[in-house]
Design a protein around this ligand. Sequence first.
Ligand code: FPP
Ligand code: MG
Length: 295
Amino acid sequence: MQRVEHEIQRLIKEIDYDEVTRLFDMLSGGKRLRAKLILKIAPEQKNAPLLAAIVELIHGASLLHDDVIDEALTRRGVASVNATDGSKTAVMLGDVLYSKAFSELVQFDKEIAKSIASSVTSLSCGEMQDVKMAEEFNEDEDKYLKMLYLKTATLIEAAAYASALLAGKNAHSYGIYGKNLGLSFQIIDDILDITSDSTTLGKPAMNDFVEGKCTLPYIHLYKELNKEDKQRLKNSHAKSISEEEVLWIKAKMKEHKSIEKSYELAQTLSNEAMLAVKDDVELIEILKTMIKRSY
Ligand code: FPP
Ligand code: MG
């Protein structure tokens, strides 16, 4: 991973603008899941750390834009760039990072470059769907999962697919692994938004619902509630929520096993991912750590 950090620093330095370096240094790197995946799939490939750095820059750029869209004040436990330096700066820093990533991507084979580049179109469309869906209470699980696939899983799928191509491995199987890992990862993220406290998360807990996002546990819960309680849940949607309502939602989720049901789907998807790369012990380890994570 040191090689990836080194590549990231090199690319930032190449941009050659102090303000970008200053802002970039203030960001927290996060879990670097995508980079770890690339290195595990293509450990011997000379260009793998560069590919990993590219994907992390794209991911970082998407989060900068996402925090502007979500008006989020914190990211990974530190103040977001839009909070410290304003939304204009956050958008522009995102533009710098992902355009730099794209100019490095052209060094790779066409199929590798295309898979990463087109996943960015997908994740941008996924983000648009996420924003649109948050305008109303969404109870459609399929629609939700399709949006998750675009918003979160496509870049992870492309990272796995592209690194497998780089290493001369079966890109299709690794792509399936990445897709299911990505979906499972996001479902765990949705669960943690409800079950973890804000210090562990680095952002306010139950923030998704406040932002209007009806994640899987809410969709499961809604299905089980009676007419009156359905309305009560809907009344709390997309607004700041009282402690009493938080406790009510949590109690209802406990009663109807909404978290367990969501966790089951994450587990099923994770098993699908394992099947796709059944001999790759290290990739199975990534899945296990991800599913057990608490932040
Ligand atoms: C986080 O979702 C957001 C994403 C995974 C994707 C965001 C994508 C864009 C803003 C498209 C623009 C792309 C580029 C490359 C500039 P979340 O809000 O559910 O998660 P969070 O709780 O981590 O904020
Ligand atoms: Mg967000």
